[in-house]
Design a protein around this ligand. Structure first.
Ligand code: NAP
Length: 295
């Protein structure tokens, strides 16, 4: 399809540091081209100390929306006019929608994850989830799973400095959504085994197993992964983490973080354009192994 920047082209962007490795510009620009939308998506390397001026400038030139990546997902909060309920609970924003000069902060990581579960053919609504990790991705997943109707979530993390803050997050999210949420010690092997035995799904949202430390798994005893358990790892580099290899060997259905990555982008795209991203096309074109190995 013929595609050129015009005097009317609408701007969308990614802000973060670093951003040069990101797959988002290719994903969004390909989708705009395919649908014949007069939009462009650019990546800007922005350090936290320049965020305020950057936002003022982008707002002044009429940007219609943007993504935030590390380390800006929390720094953006005081600069926003409004937060969606999910972003408010998660305390982080990866997508901003500009409407009538107002900046509305949203989080699509959890939406992307929940859609990836569905696309893998699983329904976890009304069931229990064991969630490993309590960082940015884990909290976004926890919030969206609770909002979507997952019945209970056991969140496991290390007993370190961020324990109290995470405990407050769990209490707040449980009380706002009605989902039962417990915060548990990831070093407690017996509790982890018990939680997994009661769960429909085990989700790894820690860094454990991510390249280059691919010989690590957050589960030290793979026999606790029973056959019917769905095992998902949101890591996508490597494509198959040691946890997924362990799960496969136990006969568990499993999937990695590729679809979460795709569908969080699709949800941002929908916020800005009102249209569905052509995800099959994007997957086919950009999510082959060699391409993602360099992200
Ligand atoms: P983050 O905010 O830095 O959180 C990292 C989490 O991992 C923390 O909860 C931390 O635990 C835990 N962790 C780190 N080392 C650990 C260890 N040795 N043992 C136990 N827990 C450990 O990072 P994030 O942004 O949430 O990202 C987490 C992972 O998800 C990364 O691998 C990232 O690539 C992946 N991710 C994937 C997608 C996707 O679209 N597929 C999106 C975002 C992130 P404590 O809380 O106990 O310190």
């Amino acid at each position: 399809m013929n595609y050129e920047i015009t005097g009317k082209t609408k701007l969308t962007a990614l802000l973060g540091s670093p951003v040069s490795h990101s797959i988002s510009p290719q994903m969004h620009n390909e989708a705009f081209r395919h649908l014949g939308l007069d939009y462009v998506y650019l990546a800007f390397d922005v350090k936290p100390e320049y965020l305020k001026e950057t936002i003022a400038g982008l707002k002044a030139v009429g940007i219609c929306g943007f993504n935030l990546t590390m380390p800006l997902k929390v720094h953006i909060l005081p600069l926003l006019d409004e937060l969606t309920p999910a972003a408010k609970l998660a305390g982080a924003v990866n997508t901003v929608i500009v409407k009538d000069q107002r900046l509305i902060g949203h989080t699509t990581d959890g939406i992307g994850y929940m859609r990836s579960v569905l696309e893998a053919g699983h329904n976890i609504i009304g069931k229990k989830m064991t969630l490993l990790g309590a960082g940015g991705a884990a909290t976004a997943i926890c919030v969206q799973a609770a909002l979507d109707g997952v019945a209970s979530i056991d969140m496991f993390k290390r007993k370190n400095d961020s324990w109290d803050k995470t405990e407050a997050f769990c209490l707040r999210t449980a009380s706002e959504t009605g989902c039962q949420i417990r915060l548990l010690d990831i070093e407690n092997a017996a509790l982890l085994a018990e939680s997994i035995s009661e769960s429909a799904i085990l989700t790894n949202a820690t860094n454990v197993g991510m390249s280059p430390d691919i010989s690590c798994s957050p589960v030290s005893n793979p026999s606790i992964l029973s056959k019917g358990l769905i095992v998902s790892d949101i890591i996508y580099n490597p494509r198959e983490t040691l946890l997924l290899q362990q799960a496969k060997a136990q006969g568990c259905p499993c999937f990695n973080g590729m679809d979460m990555l795709l569908y969080q982008g699709a949800a941002s795209f929908q916020c800005w354009t009102g249209q569905e991203m052509p995800t099959s096309l994007i997957k086919q074109k950009y999510f082959h192994s060699n391409f993602l190995n360099c992200t």
